[in-house]
Write a protein that binds this ligand. Structure first.
Ligand code: 5GP
Ligand code: MN
Length: 557
């Protein structure tokens, strides 16, 4: 039987693994797991000499001892040998002893004495702290979609990935000190620099190229880190003239943006970068449609700020989950757009604080109008209201009148909706990673739904959904019908948002076809292999020797 030898190190210790080339993936994974002395819940990451993560599978490229791979255990349990060793004690045995003690005392004294209770609380809080150290580990859990069906990931994650104070402070410092940053952008192939002089107040010196680029839907968010994104958001407020018009102090705007950054969680999709993309699309639409000549600045301020705030404190579980799981949010908002109500409430929590209230120099009436507008816009992003909002827009389109407040309100809702789901209107290199992020968040939710015995949202089910299947339907039935209506009002948008979306539809339709063909081929060759096996029964094989009724088929790859 042909075998493979793989050389690798784990914790600096050289190891080698040998396995038959045709052994099941799970066996290879288990082999590496035991080499790493990892528990069933630990995550294994295998790196090649270039430092890239590679799949642990029977198709691993054989290597030599001097070009060996590196195996790492991430998200080890708190009581794993390594972590406990590093801490100098074993947390789980401490917990067990405490439980034993508690039981004994309970029987004798009838209640938990304060000292045991206190100790228990300390152990709990310590455990929580330890667990939150690896708060990003689940981001590495994205499963290869081509792998087909598998059980819910044992690494499903339910913790809200709130940002840590350290993380926030670090980004805040960077943001405030950002004077001169060099950025390579693929688009221009040159180095851009900008400086922000917040101490000298008003003017941010960001290069003219970046400012223009920021007004286009082709903008690539992936090239900018969070502190830079905050500067870019500041540029948007500045270049729309909001600073002088609404008498916004730069320090207050910075504090506002910092609070916004802080209250987007570290989750795969609904994070600060999504907030930026939606806002940047809104900003782009404002310029492309020359909205400044058609609506007043308060409306524009409402639209931009709504985009900034629209997914605040999203935890990665949609409204259906909130309602089915009867979460605190669903209870608080009586199942009525629990998430959107929450995003909006968090926004006004931030605005309630003087130091981050960018509207603090406005009159009561202006504030009231802005609050009403932001609430309307953010609540309109609940996709369960999609048809309601779109139909309203369609009905007023033939007589659309910019001087009519009702008409403007509906347009504002449409614009935030378009921005919210506009990833596919971006260049493929920008859009595709976003789809991976979205599916990662979806799959995490459906894994949790399965584990908790809740109804599984079909479009989030990793056993049913693929990248192309999730996009073709979404583009055909949601994106295009919405974008086309907006382009009816602003024909110039056709080239900017409709063309790229049509291109994406072609791309995913092709991908869907290719995937189907591949599946058919795979099924055929599996059947052929089984038939061959059944015919030559003497051959030893790893596959089931069950009855096979399929006919042998000649087939080429
Ligand atoms: P959000 O949750 O961001 O406020 O609302 C947008 C929702 O639309 C997402 O949660 C997601 O369900 C859906 N959505 C947005 N973009 C895409 C996409 O590119 N593909 C698919 N299939 N759904 C999307
Ligand atoms: Mn959103």
């Amino acid at each position: 039987m042909e075998t493979k030898v793989i050389y690798f190190t784990v914790n600096g210790r050289p190891e080698q693994a040998e396995f038959p080339v045709d052994c099941p993936t799970q066996d290879v994974k288990d082999l590496f797991r035991s080499a790493a002395e990892a528990g069933p819940h630990d995550i294994l990451k295998l790196y090649n000499p270039k430092g890239n993560i590679i799949n642990i599978s029977p198709s691993l490229e054989p290597n030599s001892p001097n070009l060996c791979y590196k195996l790492e255990v991430v998200a080890a349990d708190c009581n794993s040998a390594e972590l406990a060793g590093a801490l100098g004690f074993d947390l789980s045995s401490m917990e067990k002893r405490l439980q034993g003690l508690e039981k004994k005392i309970l029987i004798e004294a009838g209640e938990t004495p304060a000292v045991v209770y206190e100790m228990k609380k300390q152990v709990d809080s310590f455990r929580e702290k330890l667990e939150s150290v690896e708060h990003l580990s689940w981001l590495g859990l994205f499963k290869d979609l081509s792998e087909g069906t598998h059980k819910p990931s044992p690494f499903y994650h339910k913790r809200t990935l709130r940002k840590t104070r350290e993380e926030c402070e670090h980004v805040r410092e960077k943001f405030l000190q950002m004077r001169f940053v060099k950025i390579h952008t693929k688009m221009f192939g040159i180095v851009h620099s900008y400086c922000s002089c917040h101490h000298l107040c008003s003017s941010l010196e960001v290069s003219e190229e970046v400012r223009q680029y920021l007004k286009t839907p082709t903008f690539d968010n992936w090239q900018w880190e969070d502190a830079e994104i905050m500067v870019l958001l500041q540029v948007m407020y500045t270049d729309l003239d909001f600073i002088p018009t609404f008498n916004i102090e730069p320090e207050v705007l910075q504090q506002f943006l910092f609070e916004i950054y802080r209250r987007y969680n570290n989750i795969p999709f609904h994070n600060f970068k999504h907030c930026f993309c939606v806002t940047q699309m809104m900003y782009g639409l404002i310029w492309l449609t020359d909205l400044r000549s058609k609506m007043d600045s308060i409306d524009l301020l409402i639209m931009l700020t709504s985009a900034v705030c629209h997914d605040l404190d999203h935890t990665g579980y949609n409204n259906a989950y909130q309602i089915n799981a009867r979460t605190e949010l669903a209870l608080r908002y009586n199942d009525i757009s629990p998430l959107e109500n929450h995003h909006c409430a968090v926004a006004f929590e931030i605005l309630e604080r003087t130091e981050s209230n960018i509207f603090r120099n406005l009159s009561m009436d202006q504030y009231k109008r802005i609050r009403e507008g932001i609430i309307k816009c953010i609540l309109a992003t609940d996709m369960s209201r999609h048809n309601e909002v779109l139909n309203k827009f369609k009905s007023i389109l033939p007589v659309f009148d910019f001087t009519n407040k009702d008409h403007r309100d509906v347009l504002m809702m449409i614009l935030i909706k378009v921005s919210d789901i506009s990833n596919e209107a971006r260049p493929m290199e920008v859009a595709e990673p976003w789809l991976d992020c979205l599916l990662q968040e979806f799959f995490n939710q459906s894994d949790v739904e399965k584990l908790e015995g809740l109804p599984v949202t079909p479009f989030m089910d990793r056993d049913k959904v693929t990248k192309p299947s999730s996009q073709t339907g979404f583009i055909r039935f949601v994106l295009l019908p919405l974008f086309i209506e907006l382009a009816n009002l602003f024909p110039c948008l056709e080239q900017h948002i409709i063309h790229p979306v049509r291109k994406a539809l072609d791309y995913y339709t092709e991908m869907e076809k290719a995937l189907e063909t591949e599946q058919q081929n795979r099924a055929q060759s599996e059947n052929a292999a089984k038939s061959k096996e059944a015919a030559g029964g003497r051959q030893d094989s790893q596959t089931d020797a069950g009855p096979d009724t399929s006919k042998p088929e000649s087939q080429s790859t």
